[in-house]
Design a protein around this ligand. Structure first.
Ligand code: KMH
Ligand code: ZN
Length: 277
């Protein structure tokens, strides 16, 4: 198989907060709107064009409160021009109504989780009806969805949404690898998953823990985009905590350049992802 030359521009996404990581696991987790904005700006400086955003209450617990998202978005906007992609995944156990909270902020981008998985010892539930309802809410908010696929079947489901007319382009797929209970972080999975994605769509890899670096570097070599950050991985190397998400983004940006790819600025990333403006 001949691998075509990857396109030069690469969209790096920084997942800087997440819903599950705690301050007990890493002191570098941003929690307040100001901490989140500072980290977003550092990640932009390091090469990220997109901020995948979760927010927390002051006590560190996860929330999908529209007010809390609005505060974080305003603080980020004051410091950087990054694309803000809000989560509709939230934390395991939240209702769909709750998870849709940040769409009130009409974000440029929002995640759409395309199926149910075992998520460690929990179950992350996204029924087929719920996926369709959330897709409609995302469309109503005027946001471009990022299609979170934790299994091969989730890609098929997203393609079905397109066929039904529930989703229209632009399509941006995220292959999430290495969640315990879902697809593993393996090269052959990435190579197969990308064959299912339509030619005109873009795709990226997010991978959990120690898999983050090798799987995102693989995605970069194969022409995909990549997500870095504490949401998925808190270590820079074995036993060494990353001092925020920016060092992980910076290493990815350096790797991208070393293979002839250029980390896209937000303006270029908007073009690649089909985001107006
Ligand atoms: N916290 C996970 C259960 C998303 O942001 O859309 C779901 C998640 C996915 O983080
Ligand atoms: Zn997330």
């Amino acid at each position: 198989i001949v691998t075509p030359t990857p396109p030069p521009d690469i969209v790096l996404t920084a997942a800087i907060v997440g819903a599950e990581i705690t301050r007990a696991q890493t002191p570098y987790l941003p929690i307040t709107p100001q901490e989140i904005a500072d980290e977003a700006a550092r990640c932009r400086e390091a090469g990220a064009a997109v901020i995948h955003l979760h927010v927390r209450n002051d006590d560190g617990t996860s929330t999908q409160s529209a007010e809390r998202f609005a505060a974080a978005i305003e603080a980020i906007r004051a410091k950087t021009d990054c694309i803000i992609q809000t989560t509709t995944g939230g934390a395991v156990g939240m209702s769909m109504e709750e998870r849709a909270g940040p769409l009130a902020c009409r974000p440029e981008m929002a995640t759409l989780n395309c199926g149910t998985i075992n998520f460690g010892d929990d179950v992350f539930i996204n029924t087929r009806k719920e996926i369709r309802d959330m897709a409609a809410r995302i469309r109503k908010a005027g946001s471009v969805p990022e299609l979170e696929c934790y299994e091969v079947g989730h890609i098929e489901e997203a393609l079905l949404l397109v066929k039904e007319g529930t989703l229209t382009g632009p399509l941006h797929f995220q292959f999430v690898l290495g969640v315990p209970g879902a697809i593993g972080a393996r090269e052959e999975h990435v190579r197969f998953m990308r064959t299912l994605v339509p030619e005109e769509a873009s795709w990226a890899v997010a991978a959990v823990g120690r898999h983050q670096q090798p799987m995102t570097e693989l995605a970069m070599r194969l022409g995909g985009h990549a997500r870095l950050g504490l949401e998925d991985n808190i270590y820079l190397s074995k036993g060494v905590l990353s001092e925020g998400s920016a060092p992980l983004v910076l290493r990815a940006a350096q790797y991208a350049r070393s293979i002839g790819r250029t980390p896209a600025d937000p303006k270029t990333a908007r073009k690649i992802l089909g985001i107006p403006g």
